[in-house]
Design a protein around this ligand. Sequence first.
Ligand SMILES: Nc1ncnc2c1ncn2[C@@H]1O[C@H](COP(=O)(O)OP(=O)(O)OP(=O)(O)O)[C@@H](O)[C@H]1O
Ligand SMILES: [Mg+2]
Length: 292
Amino acid sequence: MNAIVFDHVSKRFGDVLAVDELSLTIAAGATVALLGPNGAGKSTSIGMLLALSRPTRGTIAVHGRTPERAVLAGEVGAMLQQGELIPELSVRELVELVRRLYPAPLGLAEVLELAGLTELARRRAGGLSGGQAQRVRFALALAGAPRLLLLDEPTAAMDVESRRRFWDSMRAYAAGGRTVLFASHYLAEAEEHADRVIVIAGGRVVADGTAAQIKAGAGGQVVRFALGEQPAAGLDRLPGVTAVEVGAGIATLRTRDTDATLAALYRDTALDVRDLELSGLDEAFLALTGRS
Ligand SMILES: Nc1ncnc2c1ncn2[C@@H]1O[C@H](COP(=O)(O)OP(=O)(O)OP(=O)(O)O)[C@@H](O)[C@H]1O
Ligand SMILES: [Mg+2]
């Protein structure tokens, strides 16, 4: 059973083609990251899944029916990028309000716990910090126990601890066989929390696979360390390495398989490796999205 099917979907706003002939299928139960730079079409795609707007062309199916029907049946929950909370209501009242709209919601205590709001239940929404308000939006997305959860840049404004709790809760929620689609700008976030990463740019899919496949497809990651006066000979023969640069006592290796490269670097060379840095997730992402 597919949770989501986009079949040649385009969405035009005047001169802007926000989504351009997008076709993709997401299986029920998957956790998928929709990755792309500003203006890629992530929020527009999520909006169409929620029936907030209609495709200019093509069709979208959610659990085999139209988005309108799936939303009306209470099958979809969402955390949007914008969205005001009613400031006079308490956190608890807001969650209750949304729970009542769904046929088989989660329990109130469970929602508050999952979103890390148990202690804030009596607080008025209007007085919450940005990160706390974001947790309330997460609670409202979960409250109806939707089979499909759509999260548009869910961790924006959250501090490190809130993020960690948020992702733990998202996983716990997804573990029940539910489908989660979240939009993000960060390949690292996608790598850590999604089974599958769909990269879009200019309204089109530019890469689709596991985070490892996407990194490899974009030319891999970069391993950099201080070499000092030591010879660089042999670095280009390490497994996974596709390019080596040495300058000012710093070695920079491009690799398609960071794990294999690092293991061999420590195991098979006698080099004294210092100040090791890994980077390239952002570079991989830029390479992909810049290409379109
Ligand atoms: N209601 C609208 N009217 C006109 N243009 C729009 C509208 N909504 C989106 N767009 C345009 O469509 C394109 C895609 O926007 P969208 O919000 O889907 O991007 P996004 O991937 O969510 O970006 P971000 O990372 O900044 O949230 C952008 O060029 C945007 O300006
Ligand atoms: Mg957006």
